[in-house]
Write a protein that binds this ligand. Structure first.
Ligand SMILES: [Zn+2]
Length: 166
């Protein structure tokens, strides 16, 4: 799913100025209900790209390389859920499995607690963060979920963040 950031479409673009009032922006984003946002694992802001950025040849990770990492992470998950009916990937986990496979240390707990309060996250968003952080750890080939994996997953809840929710 995709949405504009506001009515005029320029909020946060850094290229063109947004002409909307704060009230208009809140009303616009407020049309997407909390329960709907809760059901989406990852929210990211995609900034507008200038033509010259598109045409420069920057060497990042190739699709081939990313594909390799994804296949590896899927293998880890297939092994994790071996013999469990209806469970193939981290996204399929229910509360019981989340408790079993998304164990986080004290530093992670503290981080999550702060994020929950600051962002006013729901229990559903909390579960999503844990599942996404499990996947981020898998992609990094880490057996345990580290605070940096959690903070990355928290970043992917951008629509829960203050500006939009207040
Ligand atoms: Zn605007």
């Amino acid at each position: 799913m995709a949405t504009q950031p506001c009515v005029c479409g320029h909020y946060g673009s850094g290229i063109q100025e947004c002409t909307c009032t704060a009230q208009q922006i809140h009303k616009y984003i407020g049309k997407i209900s909390g329960p709907l946002l809760d059901r989406i694992d990852i929210h990211v802001e995609v900034p507008a790209v200038q033509y010259n950025e598109l045409s420069t040849k920057k060497s990042g990770e190739t699709s081939q390389m990313i594909r390799g990492r994804v296949i590896e992470a899927r293998k880890i998950q297939a092994k994790r859920f071996e013999g469990r009916k209806g469970l193939y990937s981290n996204a399929d986990m229910e509360t019981k499995e989340i408790k079993e496979f998304c164990v986080i240390d004290e530093a992670g707990m503290e981080l999550l607690k702060t994020a929950m309060t600051k962002l006013g996250l729901s229990a559903r968003a909390y579960d999503r963060i844990l599942k996404v952080s499990r996947t981020i750890a898998d992609l990094a080939r880490n057996e345990s979920i580290r605070p940096e994996h959690l903070s990355e997953a928290i970043q992917y809840r951008s629509l829960d963040r203050n500006f939009y929710s207040t």
